[in-house]
Design a protein around this ligand. Sequence first.
Ligand code: AMP
Length: 256
Amino acid sequence: MNDSTERQGWLQGPHVAREPEPLPYQRAVRFVLLGPPGVGKGTQAERIVREFRACHLSTGDLFRAAKCAEHVSPAMRAAVACMQRGELVSDEIVIDLVRERSSCLRCHGGFLLDGFPRTILQARALDAILQDLGVELDAALAFELPIDEVIERLGGRRTCSGCAAVFHVVSRPPLREGICDHCRSTLFQRDDDREETIRVRMRVYEESTGPLIDYFARAGKLELVSASGDPDMVFERGKSAILGRLALTPQASVVA
Ligand code: AMP
């Protein structure tokens, strides 16, 4: 999350214009992030958006923000209930939400889509949205981790109630227990990080999101990244995969 203005554009809907910042690399990056729950995707997303100044677009954050909002539509209330049970929200609702925010996909700094697409139907919808915008996806960055390591990591994850930063009680503890290092809000365990929900999410991931690996591979847009080891090592692997893609196509395809 590189900029609170852009984050508001994603979380609340209407995109707020701002002065473009200079980019640290030759061009903006446009990636989808894939990986089962607990693979460290949130941590890596944070570091990638900071490094490349891309906008972090997480559909999970949209539903978590809706959970705390005062006025939500009945469709959104049903979507939040699905999230709390660890089930996937319907394709229709998620695709509508992303389409409403499609201007974020043209962001000057590029984007990192986190949690979307999650099904083949959503992937096809994303292709169509990007085609309408004249924007080309660089690739899907798919983090992989053996299942027993996934289970070990999940129990300790804590999320900030203020800025959604992610910590881990063992591998990334906050300076003060239960308090966010960045904004001092309290940390909490997400409903969907509780054990019974995690089991459902793992099964849902295998069934729904697993086939996306093939989908992106067939399109020549898959970068597999091992998520084993400490977050710095994983980040370096992810970063070189991204830089490799930038080197392949130094000029991004985006209609001005
Ligand atoms: P995440 O933070 O990406 O793990 O998402 C948390 C929860 O939000 C998921 O377990 C789903 O219930 C819901 N969700 C987020 N993104 C999607 C999506 N693209 N399709 C369906 N459900 C989603």
